[in-house]
Write a protein that binds this ligand. Structure first.
Ligand SMILES: NC(=O)c1ccc[n+]([C@@H]2O[C@H](COP(=O)([O-])OP(=O)(O)OC[C@H]3O[C@@H](n4cnc5c(N)ncnc54)[C@H](O)[C@@H]3O)[C@@H](O)[C@H]2O)c1
Ligand SMILES: CC(C)CCC[C@@H](C)[C@H]1CC[C@H]2C3=C(CC[C@]12C)[C@@]1(C)CC[C@H](O)[C@@](C)(C(=O)O)[C@@H]1CC3
Length: 346
């Protein structure tokens, strides 16, 4: 087992959303790097030695304050899951809740805030190739979750105020995967088990970023450590990727085959699948009062699976000294190994 370094007093931080997939990996790495960490989350995952846990809803300022006491640095990586598809919840937590987090940081005297945003804040369902951070925010984001992530990112970056001694930065990851991920691999396996992962949308050549969780964590910590009044990163967003855009369908196939499932092989035209997904979605809305069904092939998923969307992390390389620490190949191997219960036949 790795020995942990004893925390120094200037290395006190809080992770809001620290019980989640990314949050948990972030907390572990912060502990390894000698930080003392308090976690604030609405639910507790298994305990970690040396972490003080505070349970509460981030929309409640009074509940947040004890977790931020004597803390100079806050990571905010809490959000409802995109799949929850609950507009009121996204708005309450990602928008009003983030305003509450900002007020609580001010009241507690926090100096730095690192937000986990998303690269999808600029994605409108059409191709993005090597997109840089200066792309405009999506006017028609792919879903309401992403709409609230846009507002959240703006709120946090606009709150950066050197005069007040409060500095902010946003990290925009895309397609985070790795051990403990409750979304991408489990949803993929569930789709395969229901016999619905047989088809490749389009010609299968579309490139996408999938980012191993430890690289995302590395980007967050670099940003936190570079965030100083004289640094160019204040108030800016940064793409953090594996810097290895991959064919969407090659990535899916590698994970599926690694877990013992067949790779998809029949091709269908993108426009046809997108049209069908749109029709199904409309039907599900119309029939909602009578029957409730959730289509697997939502327009959002089809757009994510059938378009190019990969991003440049040059700005992070230049300003943060970022470089991925785990390759895509190794990331996939470690991820596949971590899901024995999702293997075919398990
Ligand atoms: N997973 C991805 O591929 C991906 C991609 C881009 C951006 N992101 C962003 O990364 C962040 C972390 O995502 P994740 O995949 O680890 O999700 P996750 O669901 O595993 O973790 C989110 C955590 O937030 C907590 N939370 C939710 N509502 C809360 C509330 N009201 N008060 C306190 N805690 C609350 C949850 O309990 C959970 O522990 C999110 O901001 C998400 O938008 C994720
Ligand atoms: C239409 C397709 C054939 C559907 C089958 C593939 C599907 C299982 C995946 C396609 C894109 C994936 C994805 C997520 C879940 C699994 C897929 C839908 C994602 C919604 C998980 C949450 C993340 O936050 C995410 C929104 C992100 O932006 O990274 C994921 C996007 C990709």
């Amino acid at each position: 087992m790795a020995t942990r370094i004893r925390p120094q007093s200037n290395k006190r931080c809080a992770v809001i959303g620290g019980s989640g997939f990314l949050g948990r990996h972030l907390v572990e790495k912060l502990l390894d790097r000698g930080y003392s960490v308090s976690v604030f989350d609405i639910r507790q995952s298994s305990e970690l030695p040396g972490v003080s846990f505070h349970q509460g809803d981030l929309c409640d300022q009074q509940a947040l304050l004890p977790a931020l006491k004597d803390v100079s640095l806050v990571f905010h990586c809490a959000s409802p899951a995109p799949a929850s598809d609950d507009r009121a919840l996204f708005e309450r937590v990602n928008i009003q809740g983030t305003q509450t987090v900002l007020r609580a940081c001010m009241e507690a005297g926090v100096q730095k805030l690192v937000l986990t945003s998303s690269a999808s804040v600029v994605f409108e369902g059409t191709d993005i190739k090597n997109g840089r951070e200066d792309l405009p925010y999506a006017k028609k984001p792919i879903d309401y979750y992403t709409q609230t992530k846009i507002v959240q990112e703006k709120l946090v970056l606009e709150a950066c105020d050197k005069q007040k001694g409060f500095l902010t930065v946003a990290i925009r990851p895309h397609g985070i995967f790795g051990p403990g991920d409750p979304q991408l691999v489990p949803i993929l396996v569930d789709t395969a088990r229901r016999g619905k992962m047989k088809v490749i949308i389009g010609d299968g050549s579309n490139l996408v970023d999938f980012t191993f969780v430890e690289n995302v964590v590395h980007g967050h910590i670099l940003a936190a450590e570079r965030l100083r009044p004289d640094s160019p990163i204040c108030g800016k967003p940064y793409h953090i990727t594996n810097d290895e855009p991959v064919r969407f369908w090659d990535f899916m196939s590698e994970v599926l085959v690694g877990l013992g499932y067949a790779a998809p092989r029949y091709h269908l035209p993108y426009a046809l699948v997108y049209g069908l997904a749109l029709l199904l979605w409309l039907l599900s809305l119309i029939l909602r009062p009578l029957i409730s069904f959730k289509p697997t092939f939502t327009p959002m998923r089809v757009a994510l699976a059938g378009t190019h969307h990969y991003y440049s992390c040059e700005r992070a390389k230049e300003d943060l000294g970022y470089k991925p620490v785990v390759s895509l190949k190794e990331g996939i191997e470690r991820t596949v190994k971590s899901y024995p219960h999702l293997r075919h036949g398990a």
